[in-house]
Ligand binder design. Structure first.
Ligand code: NDP
Length: 486
């Protein structure tokens, strides 16, 4: 390796990096030591705001390979022909913990994908669960407040969590997954990913279908028990981060089978429940999963901060052939994610190398300036329409029209209002041992909840999912259900 002269950020050579300049051997440090000042000042600014959610994470690069031509469903280039490979980045994370928290904590896991396509970057910002706690983005800040720290004690607070969940019965399905074995995956490689929301695929003729994405781990689902997870948080809080990095460093890969469920617009309009409700799955018996390819991770980041901490995933990153659905949570996230990155990374976050649409055409728009602007547009006009730059609109890429009806207003869209059936279905498909662990995990999470009203309200929600489920939880946490059994 060729030798380099140590330099300041301005490129000036540095003579001594061990001894700061002083007035005499034992005297005070001098202001004129600009190398020292620059070094201390830069160190103070090394951290950027951590993500409010999904702060602790790990990621790797790889590709999506499609095994069949899906052009009948979508004009999106990654699905245009069998064998098509699209480079991607996948970031895994926990949700509620800070960036130094334990990988093995009981929490959903983020499963955020960025595909670098010739038509721009496409992100699926999913989780390892097919559903979510709430269906309306208006509730998201409240929900996350209950997962973070109490405003006075600055501790995690079981009362806040259960107060919110018990008042939000639509959370019972996701809470059941969270406290099942799948709430503590053994590693990021041993869990599934789900796009969770319903998305639209649109083909070259402008026909739309609704789709859900599933990523099934080829390593097989493996989970920690609650005791194993607690021990791992203490022994190695970074175990899943290390596992992913070491697997790839040693020449291995992490792989998932990619599957979709497809629903036509006609089917959606008459389906027995709201197919755009993210608290519900589409039952496999109604909409079987169709395998369409594989996802492979085979390259580690060279620099964690640059490529993973600064990676900016947003469901609003879509490409021709992929469009949003009316799922209210998705609609809220279309704003919230890009906005979080503008706050964390600045208005020009798309210019950071990992976020650049490097497979696509050169970005051509009239957005300019702002912090860390790279100046790539040079002297091109910064307004449109103009007579000079020949940048033109592409009407063929306008969003596919969606017929709507009704009146504006604050209105629930879940006309069936069934918050419980699918949580019950999940409880009933678990083995007796899985059910035992679920009840034990749930009961343990009520430690510190003194409010009897919160406990009773929570138990009622589980009872409505499955009589046995609620009864067992009531017994485990000492709630007298006789008043409700009538
Ligand atoms: P199925 O019997 O066809 O599907 C059950 C699915 O549940 C399995 O394929 C598996 O999903 C998942 N599963 C199995 N064991 C567990 C567990 N211990 N914890 C969490 N998930 C588990 O029935 P349905 O499609 O009617 O779904 C029944 C219930 O299964 C749903 O209410 C939902 O809670 C859950 N589920 C359904 C999914 C779907 O997309 N339909 C996806 C995941 C869970 P996988 O193959 O994805 O691992």
């Amino acid at each position: 390796m060729s030798k380099k002269v140590l330099s300041t950020a301005q490129g000036a050579p540095v003579g001594d990096n061990q001894n700061s300049q002083t007035a005499g051997r034992y005297g005070p440090v001098l202001m004129q030591d600009v190398h020292l000042l620059e070094k201390l000042a830069h160190f103070n600014r090394e951290r950027i705001p951590e993500r409010v959610v999904h702060a602790k994470g790990a990621g790797a690069f790889g590709y999506l390979e499609i095994t069949e031509d899906l052009s009948d469903l979508t004009k999106a280039l990654p699905f245009s022909k069998a064998g098509e490979r699209t480079p991607c980045l996948l970031r895994f994370s926990t949700v509620g913990g800070e960036s130094g928290s334990g990988d093995a904590e009981r929490d959903p896991r983020g499963f955020a994908l960025k595909f670098y396509t010739p038509e721009g970057n496409w992100d699926i910002v999913g989780n390892n669960t097919p559903v979510f706690f709430i269906r309306d983005p208006l509730k998201f800040p409240d929900f996350i407040h209950t997962q973070k720290r109490h405003p006075a004690t600055h501790c995690k607070d079981a009362t806040m969590m259960w107060d919110f969940w018990s008042h939000s019965p639509e959370s019972v399905h996701q809470v059941t997954i969270l406290f099942s074995d799948r709430g503590t995956p053994k590693s990021y490689r041993h869990m599934n990913g789900y796009g969770s929301h319903t998305f639209a695929m649109v083909n070259a003729e402008g026909n739309r279908v609704w789709v859900k994405f599933h990523f099934k781990t080829k390593a097989g689902i493996e989970n920690f028990t609650a005791e194993e997870a607690t021990a791992m948080v203490g022994n190695d809080p970074d175990h899943a981060t290390r596992d992913l990095f070491d697997t790839i460093k040693d020449g291995g890969t992490a792989e998932w089978e990619v599957q979709i469920q497809v629903m036509t617009e006609d089917e959606a309009s008459t389906y027995r429940f709201d197919p755009f409700d993210v608290t519900k799955v589409w039952p496999h018996s109604d909409y079987p999963c169709r395998t369409i390819g594989k996802l492979v991770l085979d390259r580690n980041p060279k620099n964690y901060f640059a490529e993973i901490e600064q990676a900016a995933f947003a469901p609003s990153n879509m490409i021709p052939g992929i469009e949003p659905s009316p799922d209210k949570m998705l609609q809220g996230r279309l704003f919230a994610y890009a906005d979080a990155h503008r706050y964390r990374l600045g208005a020009n976050f798309a210019q950071i190398t990992v976020n650049c649409p490097y497979m696509a055409r050169e970005a051509a728009n009239h957005q300019r300036d702002g912090a860390m602007y790279d100046g790539a547009a040079e002297d091109a006009p910064n307004y449109e329409p103009n007579s000079f730059d020949n940048v033109h609109e592409a009407p063929e890429h306008n969003p596919t029209p969606l017929a709507v009806s009704g009146s504006t207003g604050t209105q629930a869209r879940d006309y069936a209002q069934d918050d419980f059936s699918q949580a019950g279905d999940l409880y009933r498909l678990m083995s007796p041992e899985e059910q035992d662990r679920l009840i034990s995990n749930l009961a343990g999470s009520f430690d510190g909840v003194e409010n009897e009203g919160i406990k009773a309200r929570a138990v009622c929600n589980f009872f409505r999912a499955d009589r046995e489920y609620g009864t067992r939880l009531a017994e485990a946490i000492g709630v007298d259900l006789s008043a409700y059994n009538g």
